[in-house]
Ligand binder design. Structure first.
Ligand code: CTP
Length: 413
């Protein structure tokens, strides 16, 4: 595709037409590759707004970034013209993707710490858009426990990390830390943003996650060990594929994935109401470990010297079953989870029928799955069982989001 006079020599296939990329360039020797990346992004039809840190301006100039982007390049947090219109907030919210390339060790550390002492870090703190980082640094800096911890923190917050390449570095050492070539960076952006990579655009999804707390008295409650991580990761992965996601979250301390609307609840009854309000939707993924029973809570704190209380348990509403039986408001695809300590597949097959859903994701929680980082799941539907290897919960989420997108597309065809 030929764009115009200035980019006529670059051929692209228009895979990013209509996509807006806010490109934050960090101060490393690899900054020169960001210029080439701007050319490639433009050739694919993306609009690019470059933001250069002070360090980046030592390696490349705002003028070259602006010329290639055919857009103004920003460098200054305190520009009076922009700040008069809340410039940095607007910049951070209008993009489809915020890409940090190259992300230096210093920039990653400042992102992880939540600093906002220049335009780049302020944008990164103010954005509610998906963020992708492409780290580039010396091998020892990349392997340093501080950098490892910063990268893990960012990943846990939903930031996508493009793994650096292994190879000879500008400093003469050899190892992981090289910025991938512009072609590879472009493909990472395309995978995230291209219409083919956003198969859930226009799809409304509701996801439940976490435990519920059922009060016993004003200070005590019944709970379970669910961390909410798998459900949050799934909500983030669905949003990453373009879905409009409402995440109904039980009481957990997890950051909201980018692009997701979150509703916090405490009890199963509140969760049921919030899910009901989120309908109609096209897709429901019920990941929460909902308490099966609640207690008629005592109005005042139960006292020990009054003897052990007899807790009368009342059954909670089955949210998944209700969503699957919602008549005309039933989502086209209703997915349940089955956390089991026995045979997960047999239990999932029973739940598939009993709850009237289209797919049950079964997992064995007898090990450290609840609260852990990894999961091994089986997808159980009327058409059979698909078992996946043990994977990080983020990867399970990404694969599941793609599998659900494929099912929705099949159902449409
Ligand atoms: N679920 C729900 N509402 C409930 C109980 C469960 O929406 N009150 C959903 C969960 O989010 C999950 C699925 O139902 O998607 C299966 O949950 P699970 O606790 O494994 O099943 P139960 O129906 O509670 O059966 P059991 O505890 O006997 O295994």
């Amino acid at each position: 595709m030929e764009r115009d006079g200035r980019t006529a020599t670059i051929l692209g296939s228009g895979r990013l037409v209509g996509c807006r990329v806010l490109l934050i360039v960090g101060g490393g020797i690899a900054a020169y590759k960001a210029l080439e990346l701007i050319r490639r992004l433009r050739a694919e039809g993306a609009s690019v707004i470059p933001v250069l840190t002070a360090g980046a301006c030592r390696f490349i100039t705002p003028l070259s970034a602006a010329a290639l982007a055919e857009n103004r390049a920003f460098t200054d947090l305190f520009d009076p013209t922009d700040e008069g219109q809340m410039g940095h907030i607007a910049l951070s919210r209008e993009a489809d993707l915020v890409l940090v390339c190259p992300a230096t060790a210093d920039l990653l550390a400042r992102m992880a710490a939540g600093l906002a002492d220049d335009l780049a870090t302020t944008l990164l703190l103010a954005t509610d858009r998906p963020v992708m980082v492409a780290p580039a640094m010396n091998v020892r800096m990349w392997d340093h426990p501080a950098t490892r911890a910063n990268v893990a923190t960012l990943r846990a917050r939903g930031v996508e990390v493009v793994e650096p390449d292994v190879g000879p570095m500008a400093c003469g050492e050899f190892g992981p830390g090289r910025l991938p070539e512009p072609d590879a960076l472009l493909e990472a952006v395309v995978a995230r943003l291209a219409p083919g990579g956003r198969p859930l655009k226009g799809v409304r999804a509701v996801v439940t996650a976490g435990p519920t707390h059922e009060p016993i008295d004003p200070v005590r409650y019944l709970a379970n060990r669910s961390s909410g991580r798998q459900g949050f990761a799934i909500a983030g992965a669905l949003a990453g594929l373009g879905a409009r996601v409402t995440l109904v979250a039980g009481p957990v301390c997890l950051p909201t994935p980018p692009g997701v609307d979150r509703v916090d609840v405490e009890t199963a009854c509140q969760m049921a109401e919030a899910v009901e309000r989120a309908l109609p939707a096209d897709l429901a993924v019920m990941v929460a470990a909902v308490a099966d029973w609640r207690v008629e809570p005592a109005p005042a704190k139960l006292k020990k010297d009054e003897g052990a209380p007899l807790l009368r348990l009342v059954e909670n509403p089955d949210i998944l079953k209700a969503v699957a039986a919602a008549g005309p408001r039933r989502p086209r695809l209703v997915v349940g989870f089955a956390a089991e300590t026995g045979d997960p597949v047999a239990a999932a097959q029973r739940k598939l029928r009993a709850k009237g859903c289209d797919l049950v994701v079964a997992n064995d929680v007898s090990g450290g799955v609840m609260g852990g980082d990894r999961n091994r799941v089986h997808l159980v539907s009327a058409s059979g069982v698909e078992s996946w290897p043990e994977l990080p919960k983020d990867e399970v989420a990404r694969r599941l989001a793609r599998a659900l997108a494929a099912r929705l597309t099949e159902a449409n065809a």
